[in-house]
Design a protein around this ligand. Structure first.
Ligand SMILES: [Zn+2]
Length: 413
């Protein structure tokens, strides 16, 4: 199995080279946008790299001074973003045409040469060289563990500019043996991570979504009825408001019972021994949820807890810190509060639904919180649609998945 690690390295860039890199980035972003604009025609989006290549390569080569490999990287970037949009549409969600604004540039072996102390980078006008700014003491740092480790190969890098600071996120990969994950999985069990939120009421680490639409629909419906009755202002209307409230609660409760049943079913079907939620304290501040949502989250948790107990499944809440800002793929925690529905890692380029990324993190958090105990029954993996993540976030395809039918196709990793 391939393991990828990304090492951020600051570069020393003089002003002349900086200007050249900036122009190169501008043309790269322009190219990615050009391909994306081309891919979108009405309700149709072209996602095939080959088609996009055939239809845009010459135009981009003629218009820009980009290295041919940068033209291809920009097209790949565009194809990936377009695929993400189409996937959201397939899930019945909204997504609009991607816009490339954050200043970055993709490098591969034909556009960059990585030396011990410096890197040589292709620009729109030849190559430049930039020294690495490395920490004095590299002991235990990712530089020593991955970048200067012969077991790892440098496969690609992404150049990022933040104001006048140039950073190269260098991707290092290695092959590791898989230590019979399916056996370990069966013996020690896996955990299902669940993210709760406003857009999606619940999303699991296996990639199942329960949208908040139904919940929102009922709430709006009842609020409208209540508003109409309040406008009447009579005693009769007042009594009816209370009865609408009771009906509302009943309807929500019914929906939440159904979702909790399906959640427990999901855990059982995928052979999980536990279900992990984020700690519900403070969830309103973190997710911008209403009191109604908070009420629903608490109910849902309670229902899942007692239903799961009947099947011997453990249900726990974990520390929610950074579960939505952390990349479930490389572990990098993004400093800003990302409110987008799509998670995009600045470090390793991992892209996926933001709630799904959070669900995986919640599962991983559960593993970390429980791995210290000598409890032999503590889960050792987070259950994905097919396969598991171990405590280090490494993916293992598990053969022993009980999952069949609709979810059997390729998982969102
Ligand atoms: Zn990442």
């Amino acid at each position: 199995m391939e393991v990828r690690r990304t090492v951020p390295v600051t570069l020393e860039v003089d002003s002349q080279d900086a200007a050249l890199l900036e122009d190169t980035i501008d043309e790269f972003l322009w190219a990615a946008q050009y391909v994306t604009d081309h891919a979108f025609h009405g309700e149709y989006v072209t996602t095939s790299k080959t088609t996009l290549h055939d239809e845009t390569y010459n135009d981009v080569r003629e218009t820009t001074d980009l290295h041919s490999n940068h033209v291809q990287s920009a097209r790949n970037k565009a194809a990936q973003a377009c695929t993400g949009v189409v996937e959201r549409w397939k899930q019945g969600k909204k997504a609009s045409k991607p816009h490339f604004t954050s200043p970055h540039l993709v490098y591969e072996s034909r556009t960059a040469t990585f030396h011990d102390e410096y890197v040589s980078l292709a620009t729109i006008n030849g190559r430049i060289e930039a020294d690495y700014v490395l920490p004095e003491n590299r002991e235990g740092k990712p530089h020593q563990k991955y970048l200067f480790n012969d077991d790892y190969d440098i496969t690609s890098a992404e150049l990022h500019r933040q104001h006048h600071n140039w950073q190269l996120h260098i991707c290092c990969t290695t092959d590791v043996e898989i230590d019979t994950p399916s056996q370990a999985t069966t013996e020690n069990g896996t955990v299902l991570g669940v993210d709760l939120g406003v857009n999606n009421l619940a999303v699991t680490s296996t990639g199942t979504f329960w949208t908040g639409d139904e919940f929102d629909h009922w709430r709006q419906e009842y609020e409208k009825q209540r508003g109409d009755l309040q406008a009447c202002g009579t005693r009769w209307a007042h009594e009816n408001i209370q009865s609408v409230g009771r009906k509302e609660t009943g309807r929500f409760t019914q929906t939440l019972h159904r979702i909790s049943n399906e959640l427990v079913e999901e855990a059982r079907e995928t052979g999980c021994t536990g279900i992990a939620f984020e700690n519900l304290t403070g969830i309103r501040d973190r997710t911008g949820a209403s009191w109604g949502h908070k009420w629903a989250f608490n109910r849902l948790y309670e229902y899942v807890e007692y239903k799961a107990e009947a099947y011997g499944l453990t249900v726990k809440q974990v520390n929610p810190a950074n579960t939505s800002r952390r990349c479930s793929e490389c572990g990098f925690t993004h400093p800003d509060n990302r409110e987008s529905t799509q998670f995009e890692c600045l470090k390793c380029e991992y892209q996926n639904d933001a709630d799904y990324n959070a669900a995986k993190n919640i599962g991983l958090r559960y593993l970390r919180q429980n791995q210290t105990g000598a409890d032999g029954g503590a889960p050792v993996g987070v259950r994905l649609n097919s396969g598991t993540l171990n405590v280090n976030g490494d993916y293992s395809p598990a053969e022993a998945s009980a999952r069949t039918g609709v979810h059997a196709e390729n998982p969102p990793l």
